[in-house]
Design a protein around this ligand. Structure first.
Ligand SMILES: *C/C=C(C)/C=C/C=C(C)/C=C/C1=C(C)CCCC1(C)C
Length: 244
């Protein structure tokens, strides 16, 4: 089977498949589904105290699976970005990632207050991003800036602030896992502003990036890395800590 046939299958022969964008929705959908099954089954193979964390990992990829199913359909029908579904997905899944930080640091004194701080920052990051992408596109740079400030606040909390201090005081596998999760937030999450800039560059100072890549492809790659990778870090932590 050659690639164009595969792409045609993924795109139901629609005119939009030629870009390969719909193919990344299709693969993303399957990957999220497989990851969900994995996390939901594996939660029964780790120590009881890690079950909720693995359940949340599975919920993150499962919510994404459902949204990818709809985003792919939307893209095939309209040939445009499923911005609304995308942001609904993120607004559900990113706060759940914040819950993961709470769950891994809880034993070391992580509070609900810290969890809500992370969730609040993530919602600010996403709502301002949505405004820039869908409502005030000619001021995308300004909304992207607000969003970026909230993003860096999360990076700070996880990388050197409260989350890091708690994880370090928990030590061992938790400290190690937080180091990896921090890398995901710093490097993996930075894929998203890149997608935003290639998608909204028109008429902005970063116009040189406009259309350099396909925004949806960039976002889809970011989601696969961050949702599945993040869950696997939690899984590795649970396995390590269950055996020791
Ligand atoms: C599973 C989905 C995840 C982890 C989504 C994360 C999204 C971001 C980190 C988005 C960040 C943005 C900026 C920092 C500035 C431009 C606007 C956004 C919303 C793309």
């Amino acid at each position: 089977m050659n690639l164009s046939l595969i792409l045609a299958a993924a795109g139901h022969g629609s005119e939009h498949f030629t870009t390969g964008t719909s193919f990344t929705f299709f693969v993303g959908c399957m990957a999220m589904m497989a990851a969900s099954v994995f996390f939901f089954f594996e939660m029964w193979n780790v120590d009881k105290k890690w079950r909720t964390s693995l359940l949340v990992s599975g919920l993150i990829t499962f919510i994404a699976f459902v949204h990818y199913y709809y985003m792919r359909g939307f893209y095939l029908e309209t040939g445009t970005s499923p911005t609304f579904f995308r942001y609904v997905d993120w607004t559900l899944t990113v706060p759940l990632m914040c819950v993961e930080f709470y769950l891994i640091t809880k034993k070391a004194g992580g509070t609900m207050g810290l969890m809500w701080k992370l969730i609040f920052a993530s919602v600010v990051m996403l709502v301002t991003g949505y405004f820039g992408e869908a409502v005030y596109r000619d001021q995308a740079w300004l909304w992207g800036l607000f969003s970026g400030l909230a993003y860096f606040y999360i990076v700070y909390l996880v990388f050197s602030g409260e989350v890091k201090q708690l994880a370090d005081s928990a030590g061992g596998a938790v400290a190690e896992a937080n180091k990896w999760l921090g890398r995901f937030v710093l490097v993996g999450w930075a894929i998203y502003p890149l997608g935003y800039m290639v998608g909204t560059g028109e008429g902005q100072w970063y116009e040189f990036l406009n259309g350099a890549m396909d925004m949806d492809v960039v976002y889809n790659i970011g989601d696969a890395i961050n949702k599945i990778g993040f869950g696997l870090v939690i899984y590795a932590l649970a396995v390590k800590d269950s055996n020791s």
